[in-house]
Design a protein around this ligand. Structure first.
Ligand SMILES: [Zn+2]
Ligand SMILES: [Zn+2]
Length: 353
């Protein structure tokens, strides 16, 4: 290997609330694998959940390197790898399906029953180097990066792709009124896609006024509403209700209130899942029935979504760079997690020199 490095730093989870930056071996690769030198990784709600609750199979003797949102440079590729060259800038999609089941073959490998993901079941991007397994190499997880896309944007693209997966389902037509509840990185990405599609009005709501203000400062076309949302939506739509309502947070009461905000033939997207043990929510389903609402749930993103959003960033159609509000060095990864846990800023990035 160039540089002959045998040890590297990695932020590894050793158990519940036990994340340490430690020295570990640089992964060895086989002839059908790749080694990526990480340049940026971003913190996602999934990382935070794994940090707070611990993760299956992860303990003091089985640590896991977190981060499924990352980008970097091809450091080395095995002799059998037929695409990309050493030194190429790349973004890495984390989800690895089996490749042969019906879901995988239909382009939904992110819902494969045998799904494993970099940074979730196998070592991910909060490390100087990441091994890309053979299946990921042949499934096209490693994607060449346009010069116009930064490593941080390419990392955050994973979250953007998940948002895009939902966006494809709820759709936004020109002139429509869209309500996004949750003023975080995810909410802002929904808002940006709605505006891209010509939404007439994008209303954003959050309990935290500073977070709302932060989103509205980044995207001034957002109407930030911190008071009575139902009243605002009613008044601003002539009593009709919104065309699209998106819950971009993990709060049961938000899901409960979402139907009432939607107008006739409206679409309601439950983007944020609820914490385990609190997922049963009383809902007024007559609102779905009498107003012909469509309720949409989505999770994760396909390789197709991942590439589509990278393309939107590369072409300058959607600017997600401002969503990354804080940057940390790898040795301060815990600081990124503390920020994320404290809802400070929007998206936290770990960047490598
Ligand atoms: Zn993510
Ligand atoms: Zn499969």
């Amino acid at each position: 290997m160039r540089g002959e490095r045998i040890e590297m730093l990695a932020a590894r989870l050793f158990g519940k609330e036990d994340l340490r930056v430690v020295e570990t071996a640089v992964p060895e690769i086989n002839t059908d694998e790749m080694l990526v030198k990480v340049k940026a990784g971003t913190v996602c709600g999934t990382d935070l959940r794994m940090f707070k609750n611990g993760a299956d199979g992860v303990d003091i003797s089985h640590p896991l390197t977190l981060c499924h949102e990352f980008a970097g440079i091809v450091e080395r590729k095995g002799a059998e790898v037929k695409y990309l060259e050493e030194g190429d800038r790349v973004s890495v999609a984390p989800n690895i399906g089996c490749g042969v089941c019906d879901r995988c073959v239909s382009g939904n490998s992110h819902h494969c029953k045998h799904l494993k993901a970099l940074g979730v079941q196998i070592d991910g991007g909060f490390a100087e180097f990441v091994k890309i397994p053979a299946e990921a190499v042949v499934h096209g997880n490693v994607i060449p990066l346009s010069d116009s896309v930064s490593y941080e944007e390419a990392a955050a693209n994973e979250a953007f792709a998940c948002v895009y997966s939902a966006f494809e389902r709820y759709g936004v037509r020109p002139g429509e009124t869209v309500v996004v509840i949750g003023a975080g990185a995810i909410g802002l990405m929904h808002a940006k896609l709605a505006l891209m599609s010509g939404a007439g009005k994008v209303i954003m709501n959050d309990l935290s006024r500073p977070r709302l203000d932060e989103c509205a400062a980044i995207e001034p076309r957002i109407t930030a509403v911190s008071g009575n949302l139902a009243e605002y939506v009613r008044d601003s739509t002539g009593g009709e209700g919104a065309d699209v309502v998106i819950t971009a947070c993990s709060v049961a009461a938000v899901q409960q209130g979402a139907f009432a905000l939607a107008g006739f033939d409206g679409r309601v997207c439950f983007f944020g899942g609820l914490p385990k043990g609190r997922e049963t929510v009383p809902l007024d389903t007559n609102q779905i029935h009498y107003r012909q609402l469509t309720v949409i749930g989505t999770t994760r993103s396909s390789h197709g979504h991942y590439r589509a959003t990278l393309d939107l960033i590369a072409k300058g159609v959607v600017d997600i760079a401002p969503v990354i509000t804080h940057k940390f060095e790898l040795k301060n990864t815990l600081g990124a997690f503390e920020n994320a846990a404290g809802a400070i800023g929007l998206k936290q990035a770990v960047v490598f020199g």
